[in-house]
Design a protein around this ligand. Structure first.
Ligand SMILES: Cc1cc2nc3c(=O)[nH]c(=O)nc-3n(C[C@H](O)[C@H](O)[C@H](O)COP(=O)(O)OP(=O)(O)OC[C@H]3O[C@@H](n4cnc5c(N)ncnc54)[C@H](O)[C@@H]3O)c2cc1C
Length: 406
């Protein structure tokens, strides 16, 4: 029984659950495909992606891919509460949309808020159906935390922009049809004011994608080289030189989206492992396990408070950077602790349990970097949440071309 459901919401919950029962299998707790790690061979990766796409399409056809969006954009004009109810119900089933979830969360809002009618019409439905895959071409070798310092340039040539430069850490670019890109269009303006936000065709002959293999064995992200890529002016999102506003929309959604990712089930599994191996009898490990559990619970409650606010239509009480920081911290604690619990078995190869936790340990580094580093999010919490004095920004009014660059 969900005590917060109104009669209409209870009816929606029943309808959503019945639909899920018809289209998916319930989680079994062991061997669920939605729990599988990202595969390390190219074929397995493609097969995994196809399965995620197939579930995305099923959601779209059932009217559940974007519950709160207007019907004409592929949604069902539902309430935020209904979107949450659907997520709660879906969590009991062995389904995932994997990487598509994050890309829809990044690209959807920015095109809805800042895109032209033509862009919304052209791009949003194929995005929601999983027909077209997207990537985020923001970071560069010399511009990550200092994203506004980016150097990939674009010059207007008639009705097109010609883009040249390099991006890096581009998740999923090796599968992508389209990329949202930030490019420098006015080197004479201060760095935030000379950037344009573009939609780039990843199949353009000037685009070269080189996968980067990580220590998990998976090639999750890529280097992307852009060499004279021609982008029609109709693909500019927002104004020319005004790309920082849509970029902010993407970054805000990114930290909230990452921070609300669940992990409590893995912590429960780690506690179970500690009981099995006897590690839970070690007083030092017990303390660390209790601390992890408490941190993760706190994160869960913060995410819950955000959801409750969204449900009531009021501003979220927890900043996205706070959520992202708390999420990254539990990832670090859990990864380190898992190996301590496993002891010598933790470094064994071919031991299924150990391999799962080794993967978790390797991924913990990505958690404190991707979506903005913890140091940068702490600065934002200081300024935005605590109202501390702002970091000195000596380059704020200096033309980008006069700034020192690495
Ligand atoms: C798994 C993963 C996926 C990613 N996917 C994408 C993607 O799809 N698209 C994309 O565009 N990018 C992506 N990124 C890139 C990510 O956004 C950047 O790695 C991140 O913003 C940090 O930038 P950087 O790597 O250039 O590090 P740098 O900015 O060079 O930072 C190096 C170190 O200096 C510290 N530092 C820098 N500036 C400050 C400051 N002002 N105050 C205090 N400390 C500071 C940082 O915290 C860090 O410890 C991904 C990264 C990861 C790990």
């Amino acid at each position: 029984v969900h005590v917060h459901d109104s009669p209409d919401e209870a009816a929606f919950r029943a309808e959503a659950r019945a639909w899920l029962e018809r289209h998916a299998r319930r989680r079994s707790g062991a061997g669920d495909w939605s729990e599988q790690r990202v595969p390390t061979s190219a074929e397995a990766e493609r097969a995994h992606l196809e399965r995620c796409r197939s579930w995305q399409r099923t959601l779209f056809e059932g009217g559940y891919a974007a519950i709160t969006w207007p019907v004409e954009l592929g949604g069902r004009a539902g309430t935020p509460a209904e979107a949450m109810i659907f997520d709660e119900e879906q969590a009991a089933f062995d389904v995932t949309t994997g990487f598509l979830r994050s890309i829809i969360a990044l690209v959807g809002p920015v095109l809805r808020l800042h895109g032209t009618d033509w862009q919304r019409e052209r791009f949003l439905r194929p995005l929601l159906r999983g027909d077209e895959i997207w990537c985020q071409l923001f970071s560069e070798p010399g511009a990550g935390s200092d994203l506004a310092g980016l150097a990939t340039r674009a010059e207007l040539d008639g009705d097109e922009l010609v883009v040249t430069g390099q991006k890096v850490w581009t998740s999923g670019a090796h599968h992508a049809d389209w990329g949202i890109a930030l490019v420098r269009t006015n080197p004479d303006a201060p760095k935030h004011r000379g950037i344009t936000f573009l939609v780039v065709d990843m199949h353009d002959p000037g685009v070269t994608v080189r996968p980067l293999r990580q220590m998990t064995g998976a090639a999750h992200f890529n280097e992307v080289f852009l060499d004279g890529v021609r982008v029609p002016r109709a693909h500019v999102v927002g104004e020319i030189d005004g790309g920082w506003a849509p970029a902010r929309t993407v970054l805000t959604h990114e930290s909230a989206m990452i921070g609300s990712g669940a992990g409590m089930d893995r912590t429960e599994r780690l506690l179970e492992l500690a009981r099995q191996t006897g590690a839970s009898a070690d007083p030092r490990l017990r303390q660390r396990l209790a601390s992890l559990w408490a941190h993760e619970r706190t994160l869960g409650w913060m995410a819950h408070a955000v959801k409750a606010a969204v449900r009531r239509g009021v501003p979220p009480p927890v900043d996205g950077s706070v959520l992202k920081l708390a999420w990254a911290r539990t990832l670090v604690m859990r990864g380190d602790l898992a190996l301590a619990v496993l002891g010598a078995a933790g470094i064994a190869a071919g031991h299924a349990d150990a391999e799962r936790w080794q993967h978790e340990l390797c991924m913990r580094f990505a958690g404190t970097i991707g979506g903005g580093t913890s140091e940068v999010h702490r600065t934002q919490v200081g300024e935005r949440v605590l109202g501390l004095p702002a970091e000195p920004r000596a380059d704020k009014d200096v033309a980008w071309r006069d700034l020192p660059r690495s």
